[in-house]
Design a protein around this ligand. Sequence first.
Ligand SMILES: Nc1ncnc2c1ncn2[C@@H]1O[C@H](COP(=O)(O)OP(=O)(O)O)[C@@H](O)[C@H]1O
Ligand SMILES: [Mg+2]
Length: 259
Amino acid sequence: MKVIAVMNQKGGVGKTTTTLNLAHALALQGKKILMLDMDPQGHLGSCFALDTEINSGMDEVLMTDKSLNEAIINVRDNLFLVPAGARLGELETQNQGANKGYRLHTALADMKAEIAQTNAEIYDYILVDCPPASGLLAMNAILSCDEMIVPVTGDYLALQGLSRLIKVVSHIEKTLQRSTRKWFVLTRFQKQRKLANQIREKMVNYFPDQVFETAIRENVSLAESPGFSKTIFEYKPKSNGAEDYENLALDLLQQRTFH
Ligand SMILES: Nc1ncnc2c1ncn2[C@@H]1O[C@H](COP(=O)(O)OP(=O)(O)O)[C@@H](O)[C@H]1O
Ligand SMILES: [Mg+2]
């Protein structure tokens, strides 16, 4: 059971799109996948037509004694989701409580123990959709993940934000004396743009063997599909978006990186 945080404190880089479609691609490959929505905006739930205002989820898991298992919704074959819940944002501002950064870690450990007790089938991957911020929710994700996937868009400001993210993460890693495997994925990629290719080159030089082979091309179907409560594989299975996310799933399974 591998926990992967899809993380970047910059908004609009494709975290939710990647969580949603990579998760479904892996599920279609026969893997059992759980998605956790750690963004108070609750976009991941919206992609499955779940009303954030009505459904509770990660908010209660992290702030009450509700367990992850109780909060899980089966959204597709092999694909499960815990939505954000209407009150998740409160955690970011709440000040009481010890070990606030470890609540997700504890919830995941409890879930593993429960699964072991009941002999239930484990999840192959747990994908955590992170908020566009580096507060307590992101901290919970950092402290409980085995690996990270960082989506990066092809513009220079994206690179600036990236160095900040790396600083935050390496500071935490130093304190905890552990390191987390990081993967980078280029999103909204426009191959015909010189800048996008230059950024890919920079990324590969900076993070050798950490940039996934597949870049996710700019593809309007990826932006449209949530409006129909569908993943790209249901909305436009023959689109570039579907092809790219299927390949990205294979990159992850086979650890393929760009050279
Ligand atoms: N490859 C892509 N091609 C076209 N639109 C995309 C692509 N990836 C993401 N988008 C769109 O860009 C916007 C931001 O993506 P999103 O996944 O919500 O980013 P984040 O979760 O990082 O804020 C959304 O409207 C989404 O539909
Ligand atoms: Mg998002």
